[in-house]
Design a protein around this ligand. Structure first.
Ligand code: NDP
Ligand code: HSE
Length: 443
C-alpha cells in the first residue's frame, strides 16, 4: 500500500524537520545556510526548516562552524535515529552505503530526500526513484550533476516538450582544472591535481575524478533524463585523463583545439551512446572557453537548438546552493501535499556499446621519412573505410633521425573501425610509434 506522506510537524507558520547526513565540504555549507538564512528559507518554503541533527562518522572531532554557527548538540553518529525524526533528509555523506539504506529508510517513513550523491544515483537510481514515486515523496538531486549549475531541472522539466539530441558536458571540475592548468601554465598532471585537491574540488579518492568515474556517473544521470531511458554507470564507456600528455595539449593547439574531458550523451538512429573521454574541442566552441574548475553543459535539442549551462560545478557553497534549492522545492511540495517530477524512463532506448560510437579522430604517429609511407598509411585507412579530413607533417621534411611526425584528422568514423585501423597502421614496418589517438568533438 502507498504510504501517506507524513504531515508537517507543527502549525503556523509550520515547521519541517531537516536531517543533514554529512558535515563535510558540502554539508558544512548547507548547515551554515540553514542557520544563517533561516528566515529567507522559511519565507520561500512556507515553513521553518529546522535543522534537527547532523550525522557524521566522528561527532567528537572539532569542526569549523560547530559550536558557533551550528550547535554542537546537533551532531550525532546515529544517522538512522536522525532520519527517523525528519520530514526532509539531506544526504551529503557520499558513497553507496550507508547512504542508500538511509535514503530508503527516509522514503519508507514518508520523508522527502535531497541528495548530491551522483555515484549512488548512477548505480542504484532506479530502485530509489521507484521507492520515492511509490511513497509520493520527492527525491531531488540537482547538486549531483555539475554542482551549482541548474541542469537537472532544465533537462527534465524545461525541455520535457522537446527532443534532446545531444548533451556535451564538462562535468568534472577537478579534471577541467588539471587540463586547464596543463594548457595555460604548462603544469604537469600531478601538480595540477594536488592543487585541485587542496581547493576541495576533488573526490575523497581522486581516482574517481582522473579516471572519469565521477563524470561517467553524471553522464549516466544526464543521459537518463535527456532520453527518458535508464542508463547506469556501467553502460557508460569511460576513459580518464591519465593518458593525456603535455605533448597532446601542445599538438591540440597546433590544430586549433583544446583538450577537455567530456561527458557525451547522444541519440542516434540505433539508440543512445553515452561516453566519457578526453577530446579535442575546437577553440571556437563555447566549451573550449570553460576554464579552471568551472563546468558547462552544452545541450542540443530539436526545438530549442543549442543551449549552454555554465557555472561552478564543485565546491561547498556552490553545491550547497543547489541542495538548498531542492530543499525549498521539496518543502513546498510537502506543504501542498504534492510531489515534484516523477522520473521518466518510458522511451527505454537501447544503450549502445562503446565501439558503436561515431566521431572524428586525430591520430599522431611517427613514421619513417621516406617516399610512399604516407600513401601506405592512407591506404590502410581507406581499406578500413575511414576517410581522411586532413594530414599534417609536424616535423621538418628531412628530420635528423630519418623520421617524420604525422597528424591525421579523420572524418566521422565508427569507434570499432578506428580501433581496427589504428591496429593495422601500427603493424606497418614504416610506422615507428602511434603517439596518441584522440577523439574530436563539438564540430
Ligand atoms: P566529504 O567527504 O567532505 O564529507 C562527507 C561527510 O559525510 C563527512 O562529514 C563524513 O563524516 C560524513 N559521513 C561519511 N560517511 C558517513 C557515515 N557512514 N556515517 C555518518 N557520516 C558519514 O564529502 P563532500 O561534502 O565533498 O561530498 C558529499 C557528497 O556530495 C558526495 O556524494 C559528493 O559526490 C557530492 N558532491 C560533492 C561536491 C564537492 O564539490 N565536494 C560537488 C557535488 C557533489 P566525518 O566528517 O565524521 O568523516
Ligand atoms: N569531484 C567533483 C568534481 C565534485 O571535481 O567536479 C563535483 O561533483
Amino acid at each position: 500500500m502507498t504510504p501517506e506522506p507524513a504531515a508537517p510537524t507543527t502549525g503556523d507558520p509550520g515547521v519541517l524537520r531537516v536531517a543533514l547526513l554529512g558535515y563535510g565540504v558540502v554539508g558544512s555549507q548547507v548547515a551554515r545556510a540553514l542557520v544563517e538564512n533561516a528566515d529567507d528559507l522559511a519565507a520561500r518554503s512556507g515553513a521553518r526548516l529546522e535543522l534537527v541533527g547532523v550525522a557524521v562518522r566522528d561527532a567528537s572531532r572539532p569542526r569549523d562552524g560547530v559550536g558557533t554557527v551550528v550547535p554542537a548538540s546537533l551532531l550525532t553518529e546515529d544517522a538512522e535515529a536522525l532520519v527517523d525524526r525528519a520530514d526532509l533528509v539531506i544526504e551529503v555523506m557520499g558513497g553507496l552505503e550507508p547512504a542508500r539504506s538511509l535514503i530508503r529508510r527516509a522514503i519508507a517513513a514518508g520523508a522527502s530526500v535531497v541528495t548530491a550523491n551522483k555515484a549512488l544515483l548512477a548505480a542504484q537510481g532506479p530502485e530509489l526513484f521507484e521507492a520515492a514515486d511509490a511513497a509520493r515523496v520527492d527525491l531531488a538531486f540537482e547538486a549531483a550533476v555539475a554542482g551549482a549549475i541548474p541542469i537537472v531541472r532544465p533537462v527534465r522539466e524545461s525541455l520535457a516538450g522537446d527532443q534532446v539530441r545531444r548533451v556535451l558536458g564538462i562535468v568534472n571540475g577537478t579534471t577541467n582544472y588539471v587540463l586547464d592548468q596543463m594548457t595555460t601554465l604548462g603544469l604537469d598532471l600531478s601538480d595540477a591535481l594536488a592543487e585541485a585537491q587542496a581547493l576541495g574540488f576533488a573526490e575523497a579518492d581522486p581516482t574517481a575524478d582522473v579516471e572519469g568515474y565521477d563524470a561517467a556517473a553524471k553522464a549516466a544521470i544526464l543521459a537518463s533524463l535527456a532520453f527518458h531511458t535508464r542508463v547506469s554507470i556501467d553502460q557508460v564507456a569511460r576513459e580518464g585523463i591519465t593518458g593525456v600528455t603535455a605533448a597532446d595539449v601542445v599538438a591540440a593547439a597546433t590544430t586549433g583545439h583544446v583538450v577537455k574531458l567530456l561527458a557525451i550523451a547522444e541519440r542516434t538512429a540505433e539508440g543512445v551512446s553515452v561516453r566519457v573521454h578526453p577530446a579535442l574541442v575546437p577553440a571556437a566552441h563555447p566549451l573550449a572557453a570553460v576554464h579552471g574548475a568551472f563546468n558547462a553543459v552544452f545541450v542540443e535539442a530539436d526545438g530549442a537548438g543549442p543551449l549552454m549551462f555554465y557555472g561552478q560545478g564543485a565546491g561547498g557553497r556552490p553545491t550547497a546552493s543547489a541542495v538548498l534549492g531542492d530543499l525549498v522545492s521539496a518543502a513546498r511540495d510537502r506543504l501542498s501535499g504534492g510531489k515534484g517530477s516523477y522520473e521518466s524512463a518510458y522511451a527505454s532506448l537501447p544503450v549502445l556499446p562503446a565501439d558503436a560510437a561515431v566521431t572524428r579522430y586525430q591520430v599522431r604517429l611517427v613514421v619513417a621519412d621516406r617516399p610512399g609511407v604516407l600513401a601506405q598509411v592512407a591506404g590502410v585507412l581507406a581499406d578500413h573505410g575511414v576517410s581522411i579530413d586532413a594530414v599534417r607533417q609536424t616535423t621538418g621534411e628531412e628530420s635528423a633521425d630519418g623520421t617524420a611526425s604525422l597528424l591525421i584528422t579523420t572524418h566521422a568514423a565508427r569507434e570499432a573501425s578506428l580501433a581496427a585501423t589504428v591496429a593495422a597502421v601500427d603493424g606497418l614496418g614504416s610506422v615507428h610509434e602511434i603517439t596518441s589517438v584522440l577523439r574530436v568533438e563539438g564540430v
